[in-house]
Design a protein around this ligand. Structure first.
Ligand SMILES: NC(=O)c1ccc[n+]([C@@H]2O[C@H](COP(=O)([O-])OP(=O)(O)OC[C@H]3O[C@@H](n4cnc5c(N)ncnc54)[C@H](O)[C@@H]3O)[C@@H](O)[C@H]2O)c1
Ligand SMILES: [Zn+2]
Ligand SMILES: [Zn+2]
Length: 361
């Protein structure tokens, strides 16, 4: 059997997205069909639409989602119809060289659904990050569904599926922020704001938020920033050093994805400190640093993919903290919108007006 549902499709490079009827197959072995309840609009969706990821148009956009499992295919035992789940793009394989070494959060062979969703004329769709959840229903690998407490709001929970997890994980997993650390976060959009929340959760003593937009700094405070720096008005490196006794922060998280801000992160950390790059640069960007400074400042320069998260370990834990009032996921939901408003949400994102617009179905 197949299902005909409404979904947001990007048909060509730079063209506005359109609402279309698509065909979703029933789940085959190892797959799950999910009724989507909410899906956040992430920068990566816009990258897909602009052809910045690859040329596999038409794309089925949307990948920060929560919903309810409608049916599962043969051999699926981890989730069952009726389960409230967050979708993830890291369904670990268990067999690749990373998984076999006990580091599944790096899994190099993650699972997606094998069957294709299509347009009505049979054209195969490429789901963004293997999810495609700006749709009433989507088909994923069962491992892409992580069961969490259904008491959570779908709009807030879904955000853990990408940007918010990337930010929190950059702090708690990749940066290994601990009690008493000083942390600076450069760029406080959805991802950076989440890194601030993560650093705060992990017990950082000082959490310095840096952005060029005062609206972002305000939300950063709400999420646990102890200090804010508008780096349009003052030098970010100087300001972070001043706030840390002249030394720099133990961990600096770059959540913009530009050489200038990476350089700030590099020089704003204390000797032997850690830089975490979670912002995604574009292919033409280059970085030049004196090699002696790389050596002389010691410490660690790391990149964070999806916050080095393990969905089965991290999603239920973070949802529990949310339900206990210890992690304000609702603060990331700037607005809820309908399925046909994704294009408008891209515009608002472009102008920096939102942390997240979330499609609610
Ligand atoms: N590593 C991962 O797994 C992962 C996952 C999701 C997103 N990302 C990336 O993280 C980055 C941030 O995503 P987002 O959703 O928060 O985007 P966003 O556009 O909401 O946030 C970017 C923030 O950076 C600020 N900014 C821009 N230029 C600045 C500068 N020169 N100095 C200081 N602040 C500056 C903006 O004002 C904005 O608040 C993007 O590059 C995105 O692609 C990475
Ligand atoms: Zn693997
Ligand atoms: Zn994303």
């Amino acid at each position: 059997m197949t299902h005909q549902v409404r979904a947001v499709v990007a048909r060509g490079k730079g063209a506005p997205v359109s609402l279309e009827t698509i065909v979703v197959p029933d789940p085959g072995p190892g797959e799950a069909l999910v009724r989507v309840e909410a899906c956040g609009v992430c920068h990566t969706d816009l990258h897909y639409r602009e052809g910045g990821i690859n040329d596999d148009f038409p794309f089925l956009l949307g990948h920060e989602a929560a919903g309810v499992v409608e049916s599962v295919g043969e051999g699926v035992t981890d989730v069952a119809p009726g389960d409230f789940v967050i979708l993830n793009w890291r369904a670990v394989c268990g067999n690749c060289r990373a998984c076999l070494r006990g580091r599944p959060w790096y899994c190099f062979a993650t699972h997606n659904a094998k069957q294709k969703m299509t347009l009505l004329d049979g054209t195969e769709l490429a789901p963004a990050l293997g999810i495609g959840a700006f749709a009433e229903k989507t088909l994923v690998a069962a491992g892409q569904c992580t069961k969490v407490d259904p008491a959570a709001s779908a709009a807030a929970a879904g955000l853990l599926g990408c940007g918010v997890m990337a930010g929190i994980g950059a702090a708690i997993n990749t940066g290994n922020v601990g009690r008493g650390d000083s942390v600076a976060v450069i760029g406080c959009g959805g991802v950076g704001a989440a890194a601030i929340a993560g650093a705060s959760l992990a017990g950082a003593a000082k959490v310095i938020a840096v952005d060029i937009d005062d609206r972002k700094l305000e939300t950063a405070r709400r999420l646990g920033a102890t200090h804010t720096v508008n780096s349009k008005e003052s030098d970010a490196v100087e300001a972070i050093r001043e706030l840390t006794g002249g030394h720099g922060a133990d961990v600096v998280i770059e959540a913009v994805g530009r050489p200038e801000t990476y350089q700030q992160a590099f020089y704003a950390r204390d000797l032997a400190g850690t830089v975490v790059l979670v912002g995604v640069p574009t292919p033409e960007m280059k970085l030049e640093l004196p090699l002696l400074d790389v050596f002389g400042r010691g410490g660690a320069l790391k990149s964070s993919w999806y916050g080095d998260c393990l969905p089965s370990r991290d999603f239920p834990m973070l949802i529990d903290l949310y339900l206990q009032g210890r992690l304000d996921l609702d603060a990331f939901v700037t607005e809820t919108i309908a399925l046909d408003e994704v294009e408008k949400a891209f515009e608002r994102m472009h102008h920096g007006d939102v942390l997240r617009s979330v499609v609610v179905l």
